[in-house]
Ligand binder design. Structure first.
Ligand code: IPE
Ligand code: MG
Length: 239
C-alpha cells in the first residue's frame, strides 16, 4: 500500500481524457479454463471499479472500447453473448455511476446493434444527461474508419462548402463531437496496436501498454499508467 501512495504522490500532471482498450478477456478465460464469454463477463464486471477509480482521480473524460466494427467477425455466439453481458452490466452499473455524477454517451453506429441493447444505451444516456461529472463514452459498434466515413457523409449531405472544412469543423462531425482529444490511451493484454480506435482523436496521445489481461487489471495498473503519463513531456510537434 505504501508503494501505491508514493506512486500517487509522484503523479503531477493528470490527463483530461483517458481512452481504454480493454484487451485479453479471451486469454484470461483460457488461463482459467473458462469459456470466452466467462472472460467477457469477468472483464465487463470489473469495469465499474476502474471507472470509479479514474473518477476518484477526477479524470473528466473516459472512453471505453467495448465492441469494434471488426468484432462482428467473431463467432455469432460470442457476439450475442457479449451484447447480453454489456446490456446486463449497463443495467446494473449505470445507476451507480449516475449517483456519482457520471454522464454516459455512446460512440458508434448505434442503429446496427440489437434493439434491446440500443434501448439500454439510450436509457443510460437519458438517465445521466444532466450530470456534470465525468463523461463516460461507450464505444460499442465503433470503428475509427467508419466514424470518418460517417462524418464525411454528413458533411456532404449538409452541403458544407469545401473551403469551410477545417480540423475544428471536421471534429465536430465525428461521434466524439465536443470531447477533447485523447491525452492517454491505455491498452491491456500485451498487444501494441490501436485497432481502429479513435484514430483521429489519438493523433497526439500518449500510449501506455501493459501485459496485464483486462480481467486482471488493478488500481495499481491505473496508477502506473497515470504516473507514466505524468512523467512524459508532451511537445505536440514543437521544440
Ligand atoms: C477484449 O478481449 C474484449 C473485446 C474485444 C470485446 P478479447 O476477447 O479480445 O480477448 P483476447 O484478445 O482474445 O484475449
Ligand atoms: Mg483481443
Amino acid at each position: 500500500m505504501k508503494a501505491i501512495a508514493s506512486t500517487k504522490k509522484q503523479i503531477i500532471h493528470l490527463p483530461v481524457h483517458v481512452a481504454i482498450v480493454p484487451d485479453g478477456n479471451g486469454r484470461w478465460a483460457e488461463q482459467h479454463g473458462l469459456s470466452r464469454l466467462a472472460g467477457h463477463r469477468a472483464g465487463v464486471k470489473i469495469m465499474r471499479s476502474m471507472i470509479e477509480y479514474l473518477n476518484d482521480y477526477q479524470i473528466k473524460y473516459v472512453t471505453l472500447y467495448g465492441f469494434s466494427t471488426e468484432n462482428w467477425n467473431r463467432p455469432e455466439d460470442e457476439v450475442k453473448g457479449l451484447f447480453r453481458v454489456l446490456e446486463e452490466r449497463i443495467g446494473k452499473d449505470v445507476p451507480k455511476l449516475h449517483k456519482k455524477g457520471v454522464k454516459v454517451r455512446h460512440l458508434g453506429r448505434l442503429e446496427e446493434l440489437p434493439t434491446w441493447l440500443q434501448k439500454s444505451i439510450k436509457n443510460a444516456e437519458e438517465l445521466t444527461k444532466n450530470n456534470t461529472g465525468m463523461t463516460l463514452s461507450l464505444a460499442f459498434n465503433y470503428g475509427g474508419h467508419v466514424e470518418i466515413i460517417d462524418a464525411v457523409r454528413r458533411i456532404i449531405a449538409e452541403g458544407i462548402p469545401s473551403e469551410k472544412i477545417d480540423e475544428k469543423l471536421f471534429s465536430s462531425y465525428l461521434y466524439t463531437a465536443g470531447l477533447p482529444d485523447v491525452d492517454l490511451l491505455i491498452r491491456t493484454g500485451d498487444e501494441l496496436r490501436l485497432s481502429n480506435f479513435l484514430i483521429w482523436q489519438t493523433a497526439y496521445s500518449e500510449y501506455y501498454f501493459t501485459q496485464s489481461l483486462w480481467p486482471d487489471i488493478t488500481k495499481e495498473d491505473i496508477d502506473k499508467a497515470l504516473l507514466a503519463y505524468s512523467q512524459r513531456e508532451r511537445r505536440f510537434g514543437a521544440l
